[in-house]
Design a protein around this ligand. Structure first.
Ligand SMILES: [Zn+2]
Length: 121
């Protein structure tokens, strides 16, 4: 038995972009929850998104939120809108900015696999 968070991080470890879709109302959510963010239903199915999106937010992090990120500082952090209708947080190269189209690749940071946005030509 694994928790929804474990299932989610396993998706990233497998270099996929997992998300949940509600069987009742059709709501999609990326960050995993035991119930639907839209209607409270527990009927959530897992899907895999196409690893492509558009950057809707970008920032450079100068202060690491935890020890595993200290060696990365400063680093780029994005919000990426995916076609499937949800948004994920992603690491990226320094030159990626709002409006850019990115492919979601993956990178190991501190023993954990994180999404890593690469600018698409
Ligand atoms: Zn729902």
């Amino acid at each position: 038995m694994s928790t929804v968070a474990e299932r989610f991080w396993q998706g990233y470890a497998d270099r996929k972009v997992p998300y949940q879709k509600c069987a009742e109302c059709g709501n999609v959510q990326s960050y995993p929850r035991p119930i639907c963010h839209g209607c409270g239903s527990k009927k959530l199915d897992w899907h895999e998104a196409k690893p492509e999106g558009t950057v809707s937010g970008a920032t450079t992090v100068y202060r690491a939120p935890s020890k595993e990120f200290e060696s990365l500082v400063p680093y780029r952090l994005l919000l990426v809108d995916l076609k499937e209708g949800f948004r994920i947080m992603s690491h990226a190269e320094d030159d990626v900015d709002v409006g850019d189209k990115v492919t979601i690749d993956f990178k190991e940071i501190g023993g954990k696999i994180f999404p890593y946005g690469r600018k698409r030509a």
